[in-house]
Design a protein around this ligand. Structure first.
Ligand SMILES: C[S@@+](CC[C@H](N)C(=O)[O-])C[C@H]1O[C@@H](n2cnc3c(N)ncnc32)[C@H](O)[C@@H]1O
Length: 249
């Protein structure tokens, strides 16, 4: 059920509803013999439950559970307002559009880098793009192993992009763009790779089908597209049994 368009609105609504239930329960029971931290944990757990029908991703459950307790702890430490402000700015620079796009920052692992490397041509030149390139670990690895390839990373969040630029500064076959991936023309690439979330995948698939050239390859790490069977699925031998979904255009 998608009652709220934005996950942040759904999160605030879940916490407020949960707070209302807890306050009402305490009021009607005439008090409870629980410590404040226990009540706050119950409020978090209830908010996590309430958020389920709002269609929030699983990782929100942990956030919901711990949020009231974390706010209370932070307030009781009486830290300077600058600490909160700095933490907020850092989070904003990292998770720039996580709430809107429903794509947080998490990184492809080394097993995935190796599997992607095996899919790329060994001799001929080619162009590869990582949509939402994060810290550019994937690009850096692939660019070192395929010097004849050209690698492009598109990332909208400023802090990951600065770190990626620092990391890949020496790698001449990598271009990093701080850019919205939706504005990038995919017809220039032989291989398009993404590790995003279930939310944008249908739109990515439509964009790829419209723009990518025949013979090119779309690879999605972990997230498939309902109703559009991939041509191949690779299950990797890592702890999370990563799946790579491959569509040949
Ligand atoms: C899960 S991370 C993947 C990082 C990297 N591709 C990897 O595999 O290690 C997804 C990244 O996509 C970025 N992102 C989300 N929406 C985006 C958009 N519209 N344009 C560019 N980057 C975006 C996020 O900021 C995040 O860094």
């Amino acid at each position: 059920m998608r009652v709220f368009k934005r996950p942040l609105t759904a999160a605030v609504a879940s916490q407020l509803l949960s707070l209302l239930v807890i306050v009402s329960a305490v009021y009607f029971l005439g008090g409870v013999s629980l410590a404040l931290w226990q009540l706050l944990l119950i409020q978090g757990a209830l908010a996590a439950l309430i958020s389920r029908p709002f269609g929030m991703a699983n990782w929100w459950l942990v956030l919901h559970l711990l949020l009231p307790l974390a706010i209370w702890l932070a307030l009781s430490w009486q830290l300077s307002a600058w600490v909160y402000f700095t933490a907020f700015v850092i989070m904003l620079l990292i998770f720039w559009n996580s709430a809107g796009e429903r794509v947080p920052l998490y990184l492809s692992n080394q097993t995935t880098w190796q599997a992607l490397s095996d899919l790329l041509p060994e001799q001929q030149p080619f162009r590869f793009v990582d949509l939402g390139s994060g810290l550019a670990g994937t690009l850096n690895y692939l660019a070192q192993h395929h010097p004849q390839g050209e690698f492009v990373g598109v990332e909208s969040a400023p802090l990951p992009m600065w770190l990626a630029r620092y990391r890949c500064g020496q790698q001449r076959n990598i271009t990093l763009l701080q850019h919205d991936m939706w504005k990038l023309d995919l017809s220039q690439f032989d291989v398009v790779y993404c590790f995003l979330s279930p939310e944008p995948m249908p739109k990515i698939y439509v964009k790829a089908r419209k723009e990518m050239r025949p013979g090119s390859l779309l690879i999605s790490n972990s997230f498939t597209v309902k109703g559009f069977e991939p041509d191949e699925v690779l299950e990797l031998d890592d702890r999370r049994r990563t799946r790579l979904y491959l569509w040949r255009i």
